[in-house]
Design a protein around this ligand. Structure first.
Ligand SMILES: Cc1cc2nc3c(=O)[nH]c(=O)nc-3n(C[C@H](O)[C@H](O)[C@H](O)COP(=O)(O)OP(=O)(O)OC[C@H]3O[C@@H](n4cnc5c(N)ncnc54)[C@H](O)[C@@H]3O)c2cc1C
Length: 414
């Protein structure tokens, strides 16, 4: 197993249940991403009642609250201890190659030979930043969400945030509240209200079965896997954080960053269409929830259906911004994340850096993956999505070992 985030630990727990010998190799500490790659104020956008791993769930006094990073780290670390996961920390995997009928895994602490490898190294190892970052004048400080910690670290001047998914809207809100001028460049996004008909919107995703939808039931899987994260934030006040909230707070909205030319950022027009599309998709999802409540006799448990004000289009949105004028002091690239497989020397990664796999069964014998977007279900990258995927993947691992007469025995050698 490579990676001691929540998905690697969930798989480890399921392997232990079946007495399948394994080790979990972690380059840093347990829950490393949550310790070192998140900003200070971040809370989960998934509610506490949803924070669960195999045989372990949130049991505190605030099931509807949202965990701070410290609480997430404690939850995952506690799980690792309780399950006795065989984690080797500070053990970076530097290469994985096919060897005999298995794999040779080189680490910072020596080599391991094994029959099967599960890649649980994360979907968000590197920030995805467009190539046009190279054309940004050097007077402007550029940060990725991995480098951003809090508004206090930003240089003087306005802040341009590129991207309006969960990260972009959360950072825009926090930086605006700190008193800065904030401009958000908006591309394709997924709008969601925090609560709907009196319940958390993620309760609806769960109860209606939308989040459980399997990868082989989804019409356009490639698109589903590329979908940006929803505009949601976890706050004690259960705030909805959409583009209308940001506009009300004084954040300027501009179109997609299309080019940087002669020190000027050029934005696409067409905000109206972009907003209308996101509103339409949100309404369709709410229709799905309403239909589910009706057909499952749940209408009386929740308040009546509601619809939300359309996203307001600014009267005139700028199409360009002079980056040399001093108006903008920093740019934050909230343009998504991608996995890092530079150490994987098995020909299973496509030209776009994506792993070739069928529901986590990678295109090489004995190689598996977990924790990638819509790996086996729509909920695959979320904490509560790990359990079902881990059980399925371990089922595959067990069948693979059985088939080779190695039931439960990985033949791990060092
Ligand atoms: C900003 C942000 C906010 C999120 N908010 C939520 C949320 O509110 N709710 C929710 O359910 N999900 C959330 N997620 C999504 C989800 O929980 C993450 O995608 C999650 O971290 C995936 O779990 P994982 O265990 O697969 O990967 P990770 O947690 O990234 O764990 C992978 C582990 O592998 C290790 N590793 C990587 N490469 C190597 C190597 N070569 N050798 C050894 N070890 C290696 C890493 O150090 C890391 O510890 C969020 C993600 C991000 C980025």
């Amino acid at each position: 197993m490579i990676g001691a985030g929540h998905t690697g630990l969930a798989v480890s727990r399921c392997l232990t249940e079946r007495s399948i010998e394994h080790v979990v190799l972690e380059r840093g500490e347990v829950a490393n991403s949550w310790r070192h790659e998140r900003w200070d104020s971040l809370r989960l956008l998934t509610p506490n009642w949803q924070t669960r791993l195999p045989g372990s769930r949130y049991e505190g006094a605030d099931p509807d609250g949202f965990m701070t990073m410290r609480e997430v780290i404690d939850f995952i670390s506690g799980f690792a201890v309780r399950t006795g996961a065989p984690v080797r920390t500070e053990t970076p995997v530097t290469s994985v190659t096919q060897h005999d009928e298995g794999y040779l895994v080189a680490t910072g602490n020596g080599e391991i030979r094994c029959r099967t490898v599960v890649l649980a190294s994360g979907a968000c190892n590197l920030p995805s930043v467009p190539a046009l970052r190279a054309a940004i004048p050097s007077s402007i400080e550029q940060l990725t969400p991995f480098e951003y910690r809090s508004p206090g670290q930003l240089p003087d001047g306005g802040v341009l945030i590129v991207g309006a998914s969960a990260t972009g809207v959360q950072l825009a809100d926090e930086i605006r509240r700190s008193g800065r001028r904030v401009t958000v460049s908006v591309g394709e996004h997924v709008r969601l209200p925090r609560t709907y008909r009196g319940r958390d919107v993620l309760w609806w995703m769960d109860a209606s079965g939308v989040w459980n939808q399997r990868y082989d039931e989804i019409d356009d899987l490639t698109r589903a896997r590329r979908l940006p994260s929803p505009q949601l934030v976890g706050t004690p006040e259960r705030l909805t954080l959409d583009l209308n909230t940001l506009s009300d707070a004084g954040v300027e909205l501009v179109g997609r960053l299309a080019a940087v030319r002669d020190g000027r950022a050029l934005f696409s027009g067409g905000l109206r269409n972009l907003f209308a599309l996101a509103d339409l998709k949100m309404d369709r999802l709410l229709d799905t929830f309403d239909a589910w409540a009706r057909t499952h006799g749940r209408d009386d448990e929740v308040s009546p259906p509601e619809r939300f004000a359309p996203t307001r289009v600014p009267p005139s949105s700028r199409l360009e911004l002079n980056l040399a004028s001093g108006e903008i002091g920093s740019i934050i690239w909230a343009t998504g994340f991608r996995p890092d497989y530079r150490w994987l020397n098995v020909p299973v990664v496509d030209r776009k850096g994506q792993l070739r796999h069928e529901g986590g069964v990678v295109d090489a014998p004995g190689l598996y993956a977990i924790g990638l977007p819509v790996l086996r279900r729509r909920k695959s990258t979320f904490i509560h999505g790990a359990e079902d995927d881990a059980r399925d993947i371990v089922e595959h691992v067990a069948a693979y070992l059985d088939h080779r007469g190695l039931a439960g025995h990985q033949e791990i050698e060092q």
